[in-house]
Design a binder for this molecule. Structure first.
Ligand code: UD1
Ligand code: UDP
Length: 354
């Protein structure tokens, strides 16, 4: 088969890495990079860290309001799909790139597969929730990471061609943690001892674009007095500057860095005592590494991490975050293995069959 994979944002590069290897065993694969993420630290570093082949097309769309950004992607992806005439289009996750790829394929009546299908936060104010719902409802093959995702789809009337295959991000961790531990010198570079620091990331619009929320999160970080490594997403950087919170972060317990490469991030996460984040991917990584996760949101799609007790939702509430930083200390058994590193193999096997 000729397969087109549409990717464009940081988590999509990571998901693509284990898939590329499996898909290319039996099929021709073409990669479209929409250019949604374009800084070296947000894009290129993942292609080199994870040895992802150069994209066949880079659309260079860049940043912009959701409608314009998605529309420009849609138009350009459509042109390429008309030219390439693939047998299957693959999108993953919940970004505007996912939405554009899914719409372009379905409008052309091409077969579409959605990876990380069925995730729901049940919060439609999140742009990601809209993207997930639309992508799922126009997909022909739905690859889910968990049983909960399968059930979510069932509730929305989608039961055909739904496969619980596990999570490709777990494949990526398993494949790369050993390499990362050999290659990365991030602990040395930042003078960190294992389990003596926390890692934080913030990028959800609901946090960054709201002055009250962003201020509460930054205050909780600084007031905690814990050593916190904070690789700052460009969206957060923009708003931290706009709200003049950068001054508040100077010369504190919070160590502000550029976004990390994947290898450095894995090592940082594994050796941290806690992860404070609103990232979807990092909630899963925290769970995998058995590092307590404090999620700076009121909802999560990764329900198992919460029900097993390893993830605590604090929202952007300063006192809840402070309390979690000090006291959250889960120890319970973990029940979810997210496919145990075989998700991309499972996906390729099913694609080969159908
Ligand atoms: C996007 C996804 C989100 C995902 C996240 C992963 C959507 C709606 N959101 O959010 O689901 O969790 O990626 O990181 O698709 N910027 C740069 N350089 C870059 C990329 C972005 O400076 O390389 C800045 C720009 O100011 C831009 C802002 O970050 O306006 C937001 O970027 P955008 O891609 O729109 O959304 P993310 O917040 O990154
Ligand atoms: N990540 C990274 N460097 C960073 C922050 C995150 O490599 O500075 C990785 C992280 O380990 C995870 C993925 O990016 O694998 C998550 O992406 P992100 O948080 O941007 O998006 P989300 O998962 O929330 O959609």
């Amino acid at each position: 088969m000729k397969i087109v994979s549409v990717i464009g944002a940081r988590p999509e590069f990571i998901k693509e890495a284990p898939l590329v290897k499996e898909l290319r065993k039996n099929h021709e694969e073409i990669i479209i990079h929409t250019g949604q993420h374009y800084d070296y630290e947000m894009s290129k570093v993942f292609f080199s860290d994870l040895k992802i082949p150069e994209p066949d097309y880079n659309l260079g769309i860049g940043s912009g309001p959701h409608g314009k950004q998605t529309a420009e992607m849609l138009a350009k992806i459509e042109d390429i799909l008309l030219k390439e005439k693939p047998d299957l289009v693959i999108v993953s996750g919940d970004t505007n790139t996912t939405l554009a790829g899914a719409l372009a394929a379905s409008k052309l009546n091409l077969k579409l597969a959605h990876i990380e299908s069925g995730m729901r936060s049940f919060d439609k104010s999140m742009p990601e929730e809209i993207n997930r719902i639309v992508a799922d409802h126009v997909s022909d093959a739905l690859f889910c990471s968990t049983k909960t995702a399968v059930q979510n789809l069932k509730r929305e009337g989608i039961a055909k061609n739904v496969f619980n295959v596990g999570d490709v991000m777990i494949d990526a961790i398993k494949e790369n943690i050993g390499i990362a531990e050999k290659k990365s010198n991030i602990l040395k570079k930042l003078k960190l001892k294992s389990k003596s620091y926390m890692v934080a990331t913030v990028h959800r619009a609901g946090n960054t674009d709201d002055k009250k929320n962003m201020s509460a999160i930054i205050s909780a970080f600084t007031e905690s007095r814990e050593k916190i490594i904070f690789p700052v997403h460009p969206r957060a950087e923009k708003y931290i500057h706009l709200y003049e919170l950068d001054k508040k972060l100077k010369k504190t317990n919070v160590i502000v860095t550029k976004p990390m490469g994947y290898m450095d991030m894995l090592v940082l996460e594994k050796n941290s005592s806690k992860i404070l984040t609103d990232s979807g991917g990092m909630q899963k990584e925290a769970y995998f590494f058995k590092v307590p996760c404090v999620t700076l949101r009121d909802t999560t799609e990764w329900a198992e991490t919460v029900s097993d007790g390893w993830n605590l939702l604090t929202g952007a509430d300063k006192s809840k975050i402070l309390n979690a930083i000090k006291n959250f200390s889960p120890k319970g058994k973990q029940h979810e293995d997210y496919g145990n590193g075989y998700a991309s193999k499972n996906i390729a096997r099913i694609i080969d069959k159908i």
